[in-house]
Structure formats: structure tokens, C-alpha cells
Design a protein around this ligand. Structure first.
Ligand code: 3PG
Length: 307
């Protein structure tokens, strides 16, 4: 009997766990849960007899793979898979997958939660501004970026996007102005929302020189990854430009410095909240369980991200 382990430091909603169990029960698999774990040793012990693993932002590196001799597949229930060591997975003959798009609406809605909070001065009682009529720049037009564009139109915002890997005509076909570069996006928008993955190319790419291009009163929103930000550069810029705001769903390493030096203009959620909705948990968690069953029963590798 195949054993599926759900290892989530940040647990899914109960309805998602129940749905995952229904799928694994129907396939005749055993399901075990490791939630809210605090030590890596707990994960290492839990994977010892797992054939399949469902994770969220939980780190799966060579040490975890070494501790899981039976493991055949790991599915990141979500979009970004920078938490899986893909080379090590390939070396261990483990298939790694993600569940693209499943939590995209949830992340997109949070962008607007952060934005309304930001433009209303963190609900401090003073007069703020509206989103209507402002130009929103979306950096990377993937599943989340597209959902952000859709919601932005409901706010009557003007929307631009730049994506190094998505042709301008695809962006324009979605009714969004295609910027020619990320520099142009920052030059022309009142607000820029980040939806790039953390890769060697994007790490620390959101830096002093780029963000400096934002118009007076500009806002940077990050529901992507902390690694894409050059924290020292952004902090220096925000001290020089008291008009700028930074709203993030991923606490920077220098959270305390941002909080102390940019009071009233900086907000970070206490824990990454973008995909923390019952709907996103159900969409991504159940997709992960189905992908595992499809892989074990039929060898389907549609969402494989390692080779
Ligand atoms: C993702 O990459 O899917 C999001 O960042 C959500 O991450 P989470 O599952 O840790 O909430």
C-alpha cells in the first residue's frame, strides 16, 4: 500500500485535508500528516517510509531525500518550487511537481487586500487615496499576474504588465498594456506588484535603481518571494524617499529595520498568507493528491518540474 505524507509546516484547512484523504482512500493509499512541525528532524523521521510527499513551502533538500528511500514523487501544492532541490530530486530519481494556477486567485485577492490597506494609510483614520484610475504594473504575467489584472479592472485601475517570457501580444490580448521592460513598468506605474519566481536570474533583481523609478507616492507590493528583493537597496531608497510604501506578504530578513525606519509605510504579514484560503488549499491540495494518484497508477508526469 502506497504511503502519502502531507508535510505542511503551515497546515492546509481541514476541508482540504479531508478532500486529500478522500482521494488517497479511494486509491487504497495510506495517508499520514505532519503539520506545524518545528524541527527538520521531524520531517526527516516522517519521510522514512513515504512513497509520495505533498508539501507547501516546506524545504525538500538532499538530506530530506536521503531520509526518504522509498520516495518516488514530491508535489509542491502551489506555484513556486524554489523550496525543492530539483537536482537532488533528479539524482534520487524522485519526480518533482507543482500545481500551477491552483492558488492564483487567492494570492491575487491578497494583493488588493494589501493595497486597500496601504492606500488607506493602514486604517489609521487619516484620509487616504483610491485605487480607481491609478496605473498598476504587474511584473510577470503568469497565473497570479493574470488574476491580478482581472481584479484590477474591477477597481477601474489602468493595468500594465511586463514578462520576460510572455509575448507582448498575449499581454495585450488580455486587455493589459504591455511594457517593453521592467524599467518601463516602474517608470510608468503608480503601483508595482511582483509575481516573478525566485530564480538565479531574479534574485535581488528588485533593487535600488529599479524601485527608484517609481513615481512620487509609489507603492511596491510583494506577494512573490523575499529573495527577489535587494533588501539593503530597498531600505536605503525608502529612507531617501519618504513617499514610497512597501507592502509584503513575505517578511524580509531585515523586517525589524524596515519596521523601525519606515514606520507607517511598511507592512509585512506575520506569516505568508497569499495562499491561505480554504479554496486555495482545496484547489492545490486536491490537485496534488490527484497528481500523485495519476503518477503512481498511470505514470502521468504532466506537471513535472525536474528532468
Ligand atoms: C506558492 O508558491 O504557491 C505560494 O507562494 C504559496 O505558498 P504557501 O503554500 O507556502 O502558502
Amino acid at each position: 500500500m502506497a504511503k502519502v505524507l502531507v508535510a505542511t509546516e503551515k497546515p492546509f484547512s481541514k476541508v482540504a485535508v479531508d478532500g486529500i484523504k478522500e482521494i488517497t482512500d479511494a486509491a487504497g493509499y495510506e495517508l499520514s500528516l505532519l503539520e506545524k512541525y518545528t524541527e527538520k528532524s521531524q520531517l526527516l523521521a516522517a519521510v522514512a517510509d513515504a512513497d509520495a510527499l505533498i508539501i507547501r513551502s516546506d524545504k525538500v533538500d538532499a538530506e530530506v531525500l536521503d531520509a526518504a528511500p522509498k520516495l518516488k514523487i514530491v508535489v509542491r501544492a502551489g506555484a513556486g518550487y524554489d523550496n525543492i532541490d530539483l537536482e537532488a530530486a533528479t539524482a534520487h530519481k524522485v519526480v518533482a511537481m507543482n500545481t500551477p494556477g491552483q492558488n492564483a486567485n487567492s494570492v491575487a485577492e491578497l494583493v488588493f487586500g494589501l493595497l486597500v490597506f496601504g492606500v488607506r494609510n493602514f486604517f489609521n483614520g487619516t484620509s487616504g487615496t483610491e485605487l480607481k484610475g491609478k496605473r498598476l504594473g504587474i511584473l510577470a504575467f503568469g497565473n497570479v499576474g493574470r488574476n491580478v489584472a482581472r481584479v484590477a479592472k474591477g477597481f477601474d485601475m489602468q493595468v500594465s504588465a511586463y514578462d520576460a517570457y510572455c509575448p507582448a501580444d498575449v499581454i495585450e490580448a488580455a486587455g493589459v498594456k504591455a511594457a517593453k521592460s521592467q524599467e518601463e513598468l516602474f517608470d510608468t506605474c503608480d503601483i508595482v506588484s511582483l509575481h516573478i519566481p525566485a530564480t538565479a536570474e531574479t534574485r535581488q533583481s528588485i533593487n535600488y535603481d529599479l524601485v527608484k523609478r517609481l513615481k512620487k507616492g509609489g507603492i511596491l507590493v510583494n506577494t512573490a518571494r523575499k529573495e527577489v528583493i535587494d533588501e539593503a537597496g530597498l531600505l536605503r531608497l525608502m529612507e531617501e524617499r519618504p513617499d514610497l510604501k512597501y507592502l509584503t506578504d513575505i517578511k524580509p530578513d531585515s523586517d525589524a529595520e524596515f519596521a523601525a525606519r519606515c514606520e507607517g509605510r511598511y507592512f509585512a504579514t506575520p506569516k505568508k498568507m497569499g495562499a491561505q484560503t480554504a479554496e486555495a488549499n482545496v484547489n492545490a491540495g486536491l490537485a496534488a493528491a490527484r497528481q500523485i494518484v495519476d503518477f503512481i497508477e498511470k505514470g502521468i508526469t504532466k506537471f513535472q518540474v525536474n528532468k
